[in-house]
Write a protein that binds this ligand. Sequence first.
Ligand code: B12
Length: 289
Amino acid sequence: MADEALTAGAAARRLGVAVTTLRTWHQRYGLGPSRHESGHHRRYTADDMSRLQIMQRLTAEGVAPAEAAAWALSQAAPEQPGPPDPRPARTDPAPAVRGLTRAAMRLDAPAMRDTLCTAIRERGVIGAWTDVMAPALIVVGERYEATRRFVEVEHLLSRAVTEALAAVEHAAGIPRIMLAAADEEQHTLPLEALAAALAQAGVPTRLFGARVPPQALLDAIARTGPAAVVLWSQRPATGLPAQLTRVRDVPHPPVVVAAAGPGWPEDDLPPGITRLKSLTEAVGLLSDF
Ligand code: B12
Protein backbone atom coordinates (compact mmCIF):
# COMPACT_ATOMS: atom_id res chain seq x y z
CA MET A 1 0.00 0.00 0.00
CA ALA A 2 2.90 2.30 -0.83
CA ASP A 3 0.80 5.16 -2.17
CA GLU A 4 -2.51 4.33 -0.54
CA ALA A 5 -3.59 6.67 2.23
CA LEU A 6 -6.55 5.79 4.38
CA THR A 7 -9.30 7.78 6.05
CA ALA A 8 -9.70 7.31 9.80
CA GLY A 9 -12.69 5.01 9.21
CA ALA A 10 -10.81 2.82 6.72
CA ALA A 11 -7.72 2.71 8.95
CA ALA A 12 -9.86 1.72 11.95
CA ARG A 13 -11.55 -1.05 9.94
CA ARG A 14 -8.24 -2.38 8.68
CA LEU A 15 -6.85 -2.52 12.20
CA GLY A 16 -10.09 -3.78 13.76
CA VAL A 17 -10.27 -0.94 16.30
CA ALA A 18 -12.84 1.80 16.92
CA VAL A 19 -12.42 5.18 15.22
CA THR A 20 -12.56 6.75 18.68
CA THR A 21 -9.53 4.65 19.64
CA LEU A 22 -7.59 6.10 16.70
CA ARG A 23 -8.61 9.61 17.76
CA THR A 24 -7.44 8.96 21.31
CA TRP A 25 -4.11 7.60 20.07
CA HIS A 26 -3.78 10.68 17.86
CA GLN A 27 -4.70 13.28 20.50
CA ARG A 28 -2.95 11.70 23.45
CA TYR A 29 0.11 10.11 21.93
CA GLY A 30 0.68 11.83 18.60
CA LEU A 31 0.02 8.70 16.53
CA GLY A 32 -1.96 10.59 13.93
CA PRO A 33 -2.34 10.63 10.15
CA SER A 34 0.46 12.47 8.37
CA ARG A 35 -0.74 12.94 4.78
CA HIS A 36 -2.69 16.11 4.12
CA GLU A 37 -4.61 16.72 0.88
CA SER A 38 -6.28 20.10 0.55
CA GLY A 39 -10.01 19.99 1.17
CA HIS A 40 -9.76 16.56 2.78
CA HIS A 41 -9.25 15.23 6.24
CA ARG A 42 -5.76 14.01 6.92
CA ARG A 43 -5.05 10.43 5.86
CA TYR A 44 -3.06 7.57 7.30
CA THR A 45 -0.06 6.59 5.17
CA ALA A 46 1.61 3.17 5.09
CA ASP A 47 4.15 4.36 7.68
CA ASP A 48 1.34 5.68 9.92
CA MET A 49 -0.38 2.30 9.62
CA SER A 50 2.71 0.35 10.57
CA ARG A 51 3.12 2.54 13.68
CA LEU A 52 -0.55 1.96 14.55
CA GLN A 53 -0.10 -1.79 14.12
CA ILE A 54 2.76 -1.71 16.63
CA MET A 55 0.59 0.34 19.02
CA GLN A 56 -2.30 -2.08 18.65
CA ARG A 57 -0.13 -5.18 19.16
CA LEU A 58 1.66 -3.82 22.22
CA THR A 59 -1.47 -2.51 23.96
CA ALA A 60 -3.28 -5.81 23.28
CA GLU A 61 -0.33 -7.53 24.96
CA GLY A 62 -0.70 -5.39 28.06
CA VAL A 63 1.95 -2.71 27.51
CA ALA A 64 0.79 0.67 28.91
CA PRO A 65 -0.50 2.88 26.05
CA ALA A 66 2.04 5.69 26.65
CA GLU A 67 4.92 3.23 26.57
CA ALA A 68 3.52 1.44 23.52
CA ALA A 69 3.10 4.77 21.70
CA ALA A 70 6.67 5.81 22.50
CA TRP A 71 7.89 2.53 21.07
CA ALA A 72 5.65 2.83 17.97
CA LEU A 73 6.81 6.41 17.31
CA SER A 74 10.44 5.38 17.59
CA GLN A 75 10.00 2.83 14.78
CA ALA A 76 11.39 3.50 11.32
CA ALA A 77 9.49 2.71 8.08
CA PRO A 78 8.51 -0.96 7.89
CA GLU A 79 11.09 -1.84 5.20
CA GLN A 80 13.89 -0.85 7.56
CA PRO A 81 14.35 -3.47 10.28
CA GLY A 82 13.92 -1.97 13.75
CA PRO A 83 15.77 -3.01 16.90
CA PRO A 84 14.90 -6.43 18.29
CA ASP A 85 11.74 -6.67 20.38
CA PRO A 86 12.87 -6.33 24.02
CA ARG A 87 9.79 -8.03 25.45
CA PRO A 88 9.90 -11.70 26.42
CA ALA A 89 8.34 -14.19 24.02
CA ARG A 90 4.92 -15.49 25.04
CA THR A 91 5.49 -18.53 27.20
CA ASP A 92 3.60 -21.73 28.01
CA PRO A 93 0.79 -20.71 30.41
CA ALA A 94 0.75 -24.03 32.35
CA PRO A 95 3.30 -22.96 35.03
CA ALA A 96 1.38 -19.72 35.63
CA VAL A 97 -1.90 -21.66 36.04
CA ARG A 98 -0.19 -24.07 38.49
CA GLY A 99 1.46 -21.19 40.37
CA LEU A 100 -1.82 -19.28 40.63
CA THR A 101 -3.80 -22.33 41.76
CA ARG A 102 -1.19 -23.26 44.39
CA ALA A 103 -1.00 -19.68 45.67
CA ALA A 104 -4.81 -19.67 45.89
CA MET A 105 -4.83 -22.95 47.85
CA ARG A 106 -2.26 -21.45 50.29
CA LEU A 107 -4.42 -18.29 50.54
CA ASP A 108 -1.31 -16.38 49.49
CA ALA A 109 -2.71 -13.11 48.08
CA PRO A 110 0.64 -11.40 47.27
CA ALA A 111 1.79 -14.41 45.21
CA MET A 112 -1.54 -14.44 43.36
CA ARG A 113 -1.17 -10.73 42.64
CA ASP A 114 2.35 -11.24 41.25
CA THR A 115 1.28 -14.06 38.95
CA LEU A 116 -1.78 -12.18 37.74
CA CYS A 117 0.06 -8.91 37.05
CA THR A 118 2.82 -10.76 35.20
CA ALA A 119 0.22 -12.62 33.14
CA ILE A 120 -1.51 -9.38 32.11
CA ARG A 121 1.80 -7.69 31.33
CA GLU A 122 3.10 -10.57 29.24
CA ARG A 123 -0.10 -11.75 27.56
CA GLY A 124 -2.49 -8.79 27.62
CA VAL A 125 -5.90 -9.10 29.24
CA ILE A 126 -7.34 -11.51 26.67
CA GLY A 127 -4.38 -13.91 26.94
CA ALA A 128 -4.17 -13.59 30.73
CA TRP A 129 -7.89 -14.31 31.17
CA THR A 130 -8.12 -17.12 28.62
CA ASP A 131 -4.83 -18.90 29.34
CA VAL A 132 -4.27 -18.27 33.06
CA MET A 133 -7.20 -16.84 35.05
CA ALA A 134 -10.10 -18.87 33.61
CA PRO A 135 -8.22 -22.22 33.79
CA ALA A 136 -7.25 -21.54 37.44
CA LEU A 137 -10.85 -20.58 38.31
CA ILE A 138 -12.12 -23.75 36.66
CA VAL A 139 -9.61 -25.90 38.66
CA VAL A 140 -10.70 -24.23 41.90
CA GLY A 141 -14.37 -24.69 40.94
CA GLU A 142 -13.75 -28.40 40.27
CA ARG A 143 -12.04 -28.84 43.64
CA TYR A 144 -15.04 -27.26 45.31
CA GLU A 145 -17.42 -29.50 43.40
CA ALA A 146 -15.45 -32.63 44.33
CA THR A 147 -14.95 -31.83 48.01
CA ARG A 148 -17.52 -29.14 48.93
CA ARG A 149 -14.56 -27.37 50.51
CA PHE A 150 -12.30 -24.42 49.63
CA VAL A 151 -15.02 -21.81 49.20
CA GLU A 152 -12.58 -19.40 50.89
CA VAL A 153 -10.03 -20.19 48.16
CA GLU A 154 -12.60 -19.32 45.51
CA HIS A 155 -13.37 -16.04 47.23
CA LEU A 156 -9.73 -14.96 47.64
CA LEU A 157 -8.82 -15.94 44.08
CA SER A 158 -11.86 -14.07 42.76
CA ARG A 159 -10.82 -10.99 44.71
CA ALA A 160 -7.26 -11.16 43.35
CA VAL A 161 -8.54 -11.50 39.77
CA THR A 162 -10.91 -8.56 40.28
CA GLU A 163 -8.06 -6.37 41.59
CA ALA A 164 -5.70 -7.30 38.76
CA LEU A 165 -8.32 -6.58 36.09
CA ALA A 166 -9.40 -3.33 37.75
CA ALA A 167 -5.79 -2.12 37.67
CA VAL A 168 -5.80 -2.01 33.86
CA GLU A 169 -5.80 1.61 32.75
CA HIS A 170 -9.30 2.87 31.89
CA ALA A 171 -10.06 4.08 28.37
CA ALA A 172 -11.01 7.73 27.93
CA GLY A 173 -14.32 8.87 26.45
CA ILE A 174 -18.03 8.46 26.98
CA PRO A 175 -18.94 4.79 27.35
CA ARG A 176 -21.39 3.43 24.79
CA ILE A 177 -21.20 -0.13 26.08
CA MET A 178 -23.00 -1.35 29.20
CA LEU A 179 -21.95 -4.54 30.98
CA ALA A 180 -24.12 -6.04 33.71
CA ALA A 181 -24.72 -9.31 35.47
CA ALA A 182 -28.27 -10.68 35.29
CA ASP A 183 -30.68 -10.35 38.18
CA GLU A 184 -29.35 -12.25 41.25
CA GLU A 185 -26.19 -13.27 39.38
CA GLN A 186 -23.09 -12.95 41.53
CA HIS A 187 -20.54 -14.20 39.00
CA THR A 188 -18.97 -11.17 37.36
CA LEU A 189 -15.32 -12.01 36.61
CA PRO A 190 -15.81 -12.67 32.87
CA LEU A 191 -17.51 -9.26 32.56
CA GLU A 192 -14.63 -7.66 34.45
CA ALA A 193 -12.24 -9.34 32.00
CA LEU A 194 -14.32 -7.98 29.12
CA ALA A 195 -14.24 -4.44 30.55
CA ALA A 196 -10.45 -4.63 31.03
CA ALA A 197 -9.84 -6.11 27.56
CA LEU A 198 -11.96 -3.38 25.96
CA ALA A 199 -10.13 -0.73 27.98
CA GLN A 200 -6.88 -2.09 26.61
CA ALA A 201 -8.32 -1.74 23.12
CA GLY A 202 -9.17 1.90 23.95
CA VAL A 203 -12.92 1.29 24.34
CA PRO A 204 -14.60 2.67 27.51
CA THR A 205 -17.43 0.74 29.16
CA ARG A 206 -19.91 1.06 32.05
CA LEU A 207 -19.51 -2.01 34.21
CA PHE A 208 -22.36 -2.45 36.71
CA GLY A 209 -21.20 -5.69 38.28
CA ALA A 210 -23.24 -8.27 40.18
CA ARG A 211 -27.00 -8.78 40.60
CA VAL A 212 -28.36 -5.83 38.66
CA PRO A 213 -32.15 -5.60 39.24
CA PRO A 214 -33.96 -5.59 35.86
CA GLN A 215 -35.74 -2.28 36.47
CA ALA A 216 -32.47 -0.59 37.49
CA LEU A 217 -30.88 -1.84 34.28
CA LEU A 218 -33.75 -0.44 32.19
CA ASP A 219 -33.50 2.91 34.01
CA ALA A 220 -29.76 3.05 33.34
CA ILE A 221 -30.37 2.29 29.65
CA ALA A 222 -33.01 5.05 29.43
CA ARG A 223 -30.62 7.52 31.08
CA THR A 224 -27.49 6.75 29.07
CA GLY A 225 -28.67 5.29 25.71
CA PRO A 226 -25.93 2.68 25.24
CA ALA A 227 -25.17 1.28 21.77
CA ALA A 228 -24.54 -2.19 23.21
CA VAL A 229 -25.67 -3.98 26.35
CA VAL A 230 -24.09 -7.26 27.49
CA LEU A 231 -25.86 -9.30 30.18
CA TRP A 232 -23.89 -12.07 31.91
CA SER A 233 -25.53 -15.19 33.34
CA GLN A 234 -23.33 -17.93 34.81
CA ARG A 235 -26.09 -20.20 36.12
CA PRO A 236 -29.37 -21.32 34.53
CA ALA A 237 -31.18 -19.98 37.60
CA THR A 238 -30.30 -16.42 36.53
CA GLY A 239 -30.51 -16.85 32.74
CA LEU A 240 -34.13 -15.78 32.22
CA PRO A 241 -34.57 -14.59 28.60
CA ALA A 242 -37.31 -12.09 29.57
CA GLN A 243 -34.49 -9.87 30.88
CA LEU A 244 -33.04 -9.75 27.37
CA THR A 245 -36.33 -9.04 25.61
CA ARG A 246 -37.12 -6.20 28.02
CA VAL A 247 -33.83 -4.56 27.03
CA ARG A 248 -34.42 -5.28 23.33
CA ASP A 249 -37.88 -3.66 23.48
CA VAL A 250 -37.03 -0.33 25.16
CA PRO A 251 -38.12 2.78 23.15
CA HIS A 252 -34.61 3.55 21.82
CA PRO A 253 -33.05 0.10 21.88
CA PRO A 254 -29.31 -0.57 21.84
CA VAL A 255 -27.95 -1.75 18.49
CA VAL A 256 -26.64 -4.90 20.17
CA VAL A 257 -28.26 -6.74 23.08
CA ALA A 258 -25.97 -9.64 23.92
CA ALA A 259 -26.38 -12.70 26.11
CA ALA A 260 -23.05 -13.91 27.49
CA GLY A 261 -22.26 -16.78 29.83
CA PRO A 262 -23.31 -20.43 30.20
CA GLY A 263 -26.49 -19.61 32.18
CA TRP A 264 -28.58 -18.54 29.16
CA PRO A 265 -30.58 -21.24 27.32
CA GLU A 266 -28.36 -23.12 24.89
CA ASP A 267 -30.38 -22.85 21.65
CA ASP A 268 -33.45 -20.68 21.93
CA LEU A 269 -32.53 -17.14 22.63
CA PRO A 270 -35.23 -14.63 21.64
CA PRO A 271 -34.93 -13.02 18.18
CA GLY A 272 -32.65 -9.99 17.99
CA ILE A 273 -30.36 -11.18 20.78
CA THR A 274 -26.67 -11.77 20.01
CA ARG A 275 -24.92 -14.62 21.78
CA LEU A 276 -21.32 -14.03 22.81
CA LYS A 277 -19.31 -17.18 23.37
CA SER A 278 -15.78 -16.06 24.12
CA LEU A 279 -13.86 -13.05 25.36
CA THR A 280 -12.07 -12.73 22.03
CA GLU A 281 -15.36 -12.76 20.11
CA ALA A 282 -16.88 -10.20 22.49
CA VAL A 283 -13.93 -7.81 22.19
CA GLY A 284 -14.00 -8.20 18.39
CA LEU A 285 -17.68 -7.26 18.19
CA LEU A 286 -17.72 -4.49 20.78
CA SER A 287 -14.51 -2.74 19.69
CA ASP A 288 -16.51 -1.28 16.80
CA PHE A 289 -18.67 0.86 19.12
C1 B12 B 1 -15.40 -17.62 41.05
C2 B12 B 1 -16.69 -18.36 41.31
C3 B12 B 1 -17.59 -17.84 42.24
C4 B12 B 1 -17.36 -16.50 42.91
C5 B12 B 1 -17.75 -15.38 41.90
C6 B12 B 1 -16.95 -14.10 42.12
C7 B12 B 1 -17.15 -13.13 41.00
N1 B12 B 1 -16.95 -11.86 41.33
O1 B12 B 1 -17.48 -13.47 39.87
C8 B12 B 1 -18.32 -16.60 44.14
C9 B12 B 1 -17.55 -17.14 45.30
C10 B12 B 1 -19.03 -15.30 44.53
C11 B12 B 1 -19.29 -17.66 43.64
C12 B12 B 1 -20.55 -17.83 44.16
C13 B12 B 1 -21.38 -18.87 43.82
N2 B12 B 1 -21.11 -19.89 42.98
CO1 B12 B 1 -19.55 -19.93 41.85
N3 B12 B 1 -18.05 -20.27 40.84
C14 B12 B 1 -16.98 -19.57 40.62
C15 B12 B 1 -16.05 -20.27 39.60
C16 B12 B 1 -14.92 -20.92 40.37
C17 B12 B 1 -15.53 -19.39 38.48
C18 B12 B 1 -16.62 -18.55 37.81
C19 B12 B 1 -16.16 -17.88 36.56
O2 B12 B 1 -15.71 -16.75 36.59
N4 B12 B 1 -16.29 -18.59 35.40
C20 B12 B 1 -15.93 -18.06 34.11
C21 B12 B 1 -15.11 -19.06 33.28
C22 B12 B 1 -13.80 -19.31 34.01
O3 B12 B 1 -15.82 -20.29 33.19
P1 B12 B 1 -17.02 -20.55 32.16
O4 B12 B 1 -18.13 -19.58 32.33
O5 B12 B 1 -17.36 -21.99 32.26
O6 B12 B 1 -16.36 -20.25 30.75
C23 B12 B 1 -16.97 -20.67 29.55
C24 B12 B 1 -17.75 -19.59 28.85
O7 B12 B 1 -18.43 -18.74 29.76
C25 B12 B 1 -16.72 -18.85 28.00
N5 B12 B 1 -16.14 -17.63 28.56
C26 B12 B 1 -15.16 -17.57 29.48
N6 B12 B 1 -14.84 -16.28 29.73
C27 B12 B 1 -15.65 -15.52 28.96
C28 B12 B 1 -15.75 -14.13 28.84
C29 B12 B 1 -16.70 -13.58 27.97
C30 B12 B 1 -16.84 -12.09 27.82
C31 B12 B 1 -17.54 -14.45 27.20
C32 B12 B 1 -18.54 -13.87 26.27
C33 B12 B 1 -17.42 -15.84 27.33
C34 B12 B 1 -16.48 -16.37 28.21
O8 B12 B 1 -15.66 -19.74 27.81
C35 B12 B 1 -15.81 -20.92 28.62
C36 B12 B 1 -15.98 -22.13 27.72
O9 B12 B 1 -17.16 -22.09 27.03
C37 B12 B 1 -17.05 -21.31 38.98
C38 B12 B 1 -16.40 -22.55 38.39
C39 B12 B 1 -16.51 -22.51 36.85
N7 B12 B 1 -16.16 -23.61 36.23
O10 B12 B 1 -16.89 -21.55 36.23
C40 B12 B 1 -18.06 -21.53 40.12
C41 B12 B 1 -19.49 -21.89 39.76
C42 B12 B 1 -19.94 -21.10 38.54
N8 B12 B 1 -20.24 -21.46 40.94
C43 B12 B 1 -21.22 -22.22 41.21
C44 B12 B 1 -22.12 -22.02 42.29
C45 B12 B 1 -23.12 -23.12 42.53
C46 B12 B 1 -22.07 -20.85 43.06
C47 B12 B 1 -23.02 -20.48 44.21
C48 B12 B 1 -24.48 -20.75 43.92
C49 B12 B 1 -22.53 -21.20 45.45
C50 B12 B 1 -23.41 -21.05 46.66
N9 B12 B 1 -23.97 -22.18 47.03
O11 B12 B 1 -23.56 -19.99 47.17
C51 B12 B 1 -22.75 -18.98 44.37
C52 B12 B 1 -23.64 -18.11 43.43
C53 B12 B 1 -24.66 -17.30 44.07
C54 B12 B 1 -25.38 -16.43 43.03
N10 B12 B 1 -26.52 -15.96 43.43
O12 B12 B 1 -24.94 -16.17 41.91
C55 B12 B 1 -21.32 -23.41 40.26
C56 B12 B 1 -22.47 -23.19 39.25
C57 B12 B 1 -23.19 -24.48 38.94
C58 B12 B 1 -24.34 -24.18 38.02
N11 B12 B 1 -24.15 -24.47 36.72
O13 B12 B 1 -25.34 -23.67 38.43
C59 B12 B 1 -19.88 -23.42 39.64
C60 B12 B 1 -19.80 -23.95 38.20
C61 B12 B 1 -18.97 -24.24 40.59
C62 B12 B 1 -19.31 -25.70 40.61
N12 B12 B 1 -18.65 -26.49 39.79
O14 B12 B 1 -20.17 -26.11 41.36
N13 B12 B 1 -18.75 -18.41 42.66
